[in-house]
Design a protein around this ligand. Structure first.
Ligand SMILES: Nc1ccn([C@@H]2O[C@H](COP(=O)(O)OP(=O)(O)OP(=O)(O)O)[C@@H](O)[C@H]2O)c(=O)n1
Ligand SMILES: C[C@](O)(CO)[C@H](O)COP(=O)(O)O
Length: 231
């Protein structure tokens, strides 16, 4: 059962340019089923009974967000995103003080099932945070940089990291600050926690929780969103 009280804040990094989408409009503002990816993502989050607010990291020159009907929602707080995703996430974390735990979820992932969020939030009964993730199912090849196989890599124990990622706020803030100060390459919150010596739970998630990255992903996201809303 999901937690009944609105307890948790979600930091949503949404300051990217979406270069791999090859569109002049940043992908979070591309529309599927009549709404932008960002609207689908945010409305899905705030509909969950345990989510109290969203801290949204936007590009300093974002000209799109103000046009959205949800721009004035009281549960939405905006911060200025940074050069990298990790900088945007840290900007969001700095806007929080009193929360015990915090979620971080990509704006580019609009198809998060609430049941996956429920499973992740259950980690708050203990002390160790974690991430939604999916075990790798395909044979993994390492390329030589010229589209030739260098070798096959073992897929044993390999997982695809997803979001949300869910950690005690003080632990994540400290780890991310220190990792960025040390110029460590951080592509998700868990890698900062790992770098700082912390443990990370792997919580099996749903394959529908895709990160919309390339043009073909929009069709898949629309399929999953339609199924979610019809469920
Ligand atoms: N400086 C950045 C870069 C990315 N993001 C956000 O982090 C999420 C995941 O990043 P990714 O899928 O890589 O998005 P982009 O960086 O926009 O995509 P690309 O790498 O293709 O440019 C996205 O919601 C994106 O908006 C962010 O807030 N700040
Ligand atoms: C955080 C993330 O969604 C985990 O898979 C992913 O790393 C974000 O995408 P990026 O291209 O690394 O910014």
């Amino acid at each position: 059962m999901p937690p009944s009280t609105k307890q948790y804040s979600v930091v949503v990094p949404a300051a990217g340019v979406g270069a791999r989408m090859q569109n002049r409009v940043p992908k979070q503002y591309l529309k599927i089923a009549g709404k932008t990816l960002l609207e689908h993502c945010l409305e899905n989050l705030i509909r969950h009974p345990a989510i109290k607010q969203v801290i949204l990291a936007l590009h300093p020159q974002d000209p799109y967000f103000e046009q959205l009907p949800l721009a004035g929602e009281p549960w939405l707080q905006r911060v200025e995103g940074g050069a990298e995703r990790a900088d945007s996430v840290l900007a969001g974390l700095e806007a929080l003080d009193n929360d015990d735990w915090v979620l971080v979820h990509d704006a580019a992932r609009p198809c998060l099932p609430h049941q996956d969020l429920d499973t992740l939030l259950a980690l708050a009964r203990g002390a160790t945070g974690g991430i939604l993730a999916i075990p790798v199912r395909d044979t993994m090849k390492r390329g030589d940089g010229h589209n030739l196989v260098l070798r096959t890599e073992s897929r044993e124990g390999l997982w695809h990291a997803l979001t949300p990622q869910f950690f005690p706020l003080p632990q994540l803030k400290d780890a991310l600050r220190r990792a960025l100060q040390a110029s460590v390459r951080i592509t998700d919150e868990a890698s900062a926690i790992e770098w700082a010596g912390g443990k990370v739970n792997l919580v099996p998630g749903s394959p529908c929780n895709i990160k919309v990255t390339q043009p073909d992903d929009l069709i898949l996201a629309e399929f999953y969103l339609t199924r979610m809303h019809d469920a």
